[in-house]
Design a protein around this ligand. Structure first.
Ligand code: ADP
Ligand code: MG
Length: 372
């Protein structure tokens, strides 16, 4: 308990430090998602690709956690000069219903209030929008898209795999309808859990309403070594801190080109000047995220939670093949594990973009798994 409190106070303290420079520009090591091009390091290619494809009905922005999807999306939306709605789907709880969905929509619609005037089932008072999601004045999502289609509009769903749930089918039907009829609408969907996002869209499943539709996908990759070094050098120089090449190299090697971790590490190092401490805190942040995952599995069953725990620990011990993993888990459990159970867990971890081919996609998650 005390440790979690300590961790939280450290994160809060460090992230409030040194965020904005005197020109009102965000610093590179600012941990919030970036919103302006001048605050965004590189990603010119991806911005151009977004610009080139903005007239398509659907764009996907995919990549692991902390790779910079929200930042890229923000910068793009701010620059494009088109009206947009941006929904942060992480705000939806797991079994969300229409009430939750429309609540999120109303909170995100302040920029397009003008477009919503006069639509049946939409009430506007002051700067607030309210949607009727049931009753006789109910506005369905497809109808709403049709109304919005009177204007050119971008509708962005950040972390769209969170749209999975009891409403999956209906939301997909509305999206498929908009795809076919609402040429003025462009949807941009981001996803950290790429397999789950594909599952949700299920474009390859003939019984899905989005079957066969084309999604233009932009994959965000990590920075290579050289870029990571420049990123850190720029960030430290903004703070007027001189940091040795060997420390920079150590950060680059440990954090493996993921911009969010480089930002985290740069910010923290500039405060504590202790690379081991920086690593330790980063691993503890990832550890908390993994513990949340295990907790959600434990809610299904104690047994399943334990299995996930063992799989993660064995993968962290580099049991990087089917048979090595199976033996390692059997050893930890003291009994054999069925192939179907094991392959389910592996598929699920792959869908969540935690692993691929028995390897962790984020080396900090690997380190954290050793401490589980
Ligand atoms: P994602 O949405 O993929 O999880 P974010 O956009 O939230 O990633 O970025 C994670 C962190 O990394 C944030 O602190 C953000 O400021 C920083 N960041 C990501 N990409 C860049 C970039 N290209 N330039 C500057 N900072 C970045
Ligand atoms: Mg994000």
């Amino acid at each position: 308990m005390f440790f979690i409190f300590y961790l939280l106070t450290q994160i809060i303290f460090f992230s409030f430090w040194g965020r904005i420079n005197i020109l009102g520009q965000k610093l590179l090591f600012d941990e919030r998602p970036k919103t302006k091009r001048e605050d965004l390091f590189d990603r010119q290619k991806e911005l151009e690709e977004l610009n080139r494809n903005v007239n398509r009905p659907f764009i996907l922005l995919t990549g692991v956690r902390r790779i910079g999807k929200t930042s890229l999306l923000n910068v793009f939306l701010n620059e494009i000069g088109m009206p947009y709605i941006l929904l942060d789907c992480r705000k939806l709880k797991e079994n969300y219903g229409w009430k939750d969905f429309y609540q999120l929509l109303s909170k995100s619609s302040s920029k397009i209030i003008e477009f919503l005037k006069g639509i049946k089932g939409v009430r506007i008072f002051g700067g607030e929008v309210e949607f009727s999601w049931k009753g006789k004045d109910f506005v369905s999502l497809s109808d709403l898209f049709d109304h919005l289609n009177k204007n050119r509009l971008i509708i962005a769903f950040d972390e769209a795999q969170k749209l999975r749930g009891p409403l999956s089918r209906e939301i997909k039907e509305a999206l498929a309808h908009a795809y076919d009829y609402d040429n003025n609408l462009t949807f941009i969907l981001t996803g950290s859990e790429v397999g789950l996002l594909y599952d949700f869209l299920s474009v390859e499943n003939p019984s899905s309403s989005l079957y066969g539709r084309y999604f233009h996908e932009i994959k965000l990759e990590r920075f290579d070594k050289e870029m990571s070094v420049s990123f850190l050098e720029k960030g430290f120089s903004e703070l007027s801190i001189s940091v040795s090449d060997s420390i920079i190299e150590e950060i680059v090697n440990f954090f493996d080109g993921i911009p969010g971790w480089l930002t985290f590490a740069g910010n923290l190092y500039s405060q504590v000047k202790d690379i081991e401490k920086v690593k330790e805190i980063a691993v503890n942040v990832a550890l908390e995220e993994l513990k949340n995952l295990l907790e959600s599995k434990r809610k299904v069953s104690e047994q399943l939670g334990k299995r996930y725990l063992h799989v993660l620990k064995c993968l962290a011990e580099e049991k990087n093949s089917w048979s090595k993993l199976r033996d390692c888990i059997s050893e930890k459990e003291g009994s054999t594990v069925s192939s179907s159970v094991l392959s389910n867990i592996i598929n699920q971890l792959e869908s969540m973009s935690i692993i691929k081919d028995y390897q962790f996609l984020d080396s900090i998650y690997k380190e954290a798994s050793k401490k589980l």
